[in-house]
Ligand binder design. Structure first.
Ligand SMILES: [Fe+2]
Length: 181
């Protein structure tokens, strides 16, 4: 049975594993293999937003709910990450740096029960292609909020320091759509 406190303990224990990233992936995969169990603990998502389940220097656990059709511009993390979807669908577009800024090099569609490990150097953009909320657990190998990172302008693909405001505005716009629906 999924429980936040237990999950935090399991993730903290996995930090001592020689292959932490793989151990966390396994943990997240096990949790999202039963979406109903996750919903029982975290609640049925009704709003777009982010809930910090745990935050420390070496580990961040987020419950992220993407609103309908919400898009997150290209960004990096500078730490390993594991994403596990427990509701809806998430489209990840991956990029690599080049002379122009960024070049697209792959797309990965994730559905409920899917888990993906992301390396520390990956750059991705995220879209919720559905008219419903997409809900995901995100685990990061560091303090996600305190680490300086980059984002890229979605049109010019110019790199600049990550702005949490853009993400918060995307959540707000998404919630306005939810309210008017
Ligand atoms: Fe990301």
């Amino acid at each position: 049975m999924f429980q936040k406190e237990r999950f935090i303990e399991d993730c903290r224990a996995a930090l001592k594993d020689p292959d932490t990233h793989a151990a966390i992936r396994e943990l997240v995969a096990r949790v999202v293999s039963d979406p109903a169990d996750v919903l029982r603990e975290l609640g049925e998502p009704e709003r777009a937003g982010v809930e910090t389940i745990y935050r420390a220097d070496d580990l961040t656990i987020l419950n992220l709910c993407w609103g309908p059709r919400m898009t997150i511009r290209p960004h990096d993390h500078r730490m390993w990450a594991v994403i596990g979807i427990y509701g809806g669908r998430e489209e990840n577009t991956f990029f690599r740096r080049n002379e122009q800024g960024l070049k697209q090099h792959g797309v990965k569609v994730m559905n409920a029960r899917d888990t993906a490990p992301l390396g520390a150097s990956i750059i991705h953009a995220v879209v919720n292609p559905l008219d419903q909320i997409t809900a995901a657990l995100h685990v990061y190998g560091g303090d996600f909020f305190a680490t300086p990172r980059s984002e890229w302008d979605p049109t010019t693909l110019e790199e600049r320091p990550y702005s949490v405001e853009h993400t918060m505005r995307a959540f707000e716009d998404s919630n306005k759509l939810l309210k008017s629906a």
